[in-house]
Write a protein that binds this ligand. Structure first.
Ligand code: GRF
Length: 203
């Protein structure tokens, strides 16, 4: 199986996936890590794992459709079974998303359907929720609304700042995202008509 990972920045979720793939000897390889920003810190980390990296600079394209078309071409050159969005900070066109229907995952730092979009930790603190977390979901055209695969819950503590809460959530992201990717490459995770199916491990 082949995976392509898309990043825009730090790449800690990408790293968690690369680490798990290597240490757990997944029957898959990450064919490429593609960033829309040349300055993404995650690119160096991917290279350390020996993963080919590519840059498709979103700033070089006149509009979303042109960028998405170029990105799609670069992704499809690897013929991946799964596309993993890992801190990829671009809104994707419907055509792009539909092309990868049922084979593109994202992680969002909130318990969806609460707190879509940006600054989710600030949104959670402002709302005064006692629990917060992260969600892995299949990507569909409506931003942060795709079928939910898995979630992790963390408490919101009285003295939390955006930073402390983000760190607590991120630690859980690094657990649930590699697990979900692994289910997919083991053919244990799929989505049909908006319904997610996860098959338990044998034995
Ligand atoms: C994570 O919090 C992820 O949930 C969100 O963006 C952040 C990316 O972090 N989509 P990293 O680049 O994986 O370190």
């Amino acid at each position: 199986k082949k995976i392509v990972i898309l990043i825009s920045g730090r790449g800690s979720n990408m790293q968690a996936i690369l680490r798990a793939a290597q240490s757990e000897r997944w029957p898959a390889r990450v064919a490429a890590v593609i960033s829309n920003r040349a300055d993404a810190a995650g690119l160096a980390c991917a290279a350390e794992y020996g993963i080919p990296t590519e840059i498709v600079p979103s700033a070089d394209y006149p509009d979303r459709a042109a960028f998405d078309a170029a990105l799609r071409e670069r992704i499809d050159a690897h013929a991946p079974d799964l596309v993993v969005l890992a801190g990829f900070m671009r809104i994707l066109t419907d055509a792009f998303v539909l092309h990868y229907s049922g084979r593109m995952l994202n992680i969002h730092p909130s318990l969806l359907p609460s707190f879509v979009g940006l600054a989710t930790h600030r949104q959670a603190l402002t709302a005064g929720v006692r629990f917060h977390g992260a969600t892995v979901h299949f990507v569909t055209p409506q931003l942060d609304h795709g079928p939910i695969v898995s979630q992790a819950v963390v408490p919101v503590l009285p003295d939390d700042t955006e930073e402390s809460l983000a760190a607590r959530v991120l630690e859980q992201e690094h657990v649930i995202y590699p697990a979900a990717v692994r289910w997919f490459i083991e053919d244990r995770l799929s989505v049909r008509d908006g319904i997610v199916r996860i098959v338990a491990q044998d034995g």
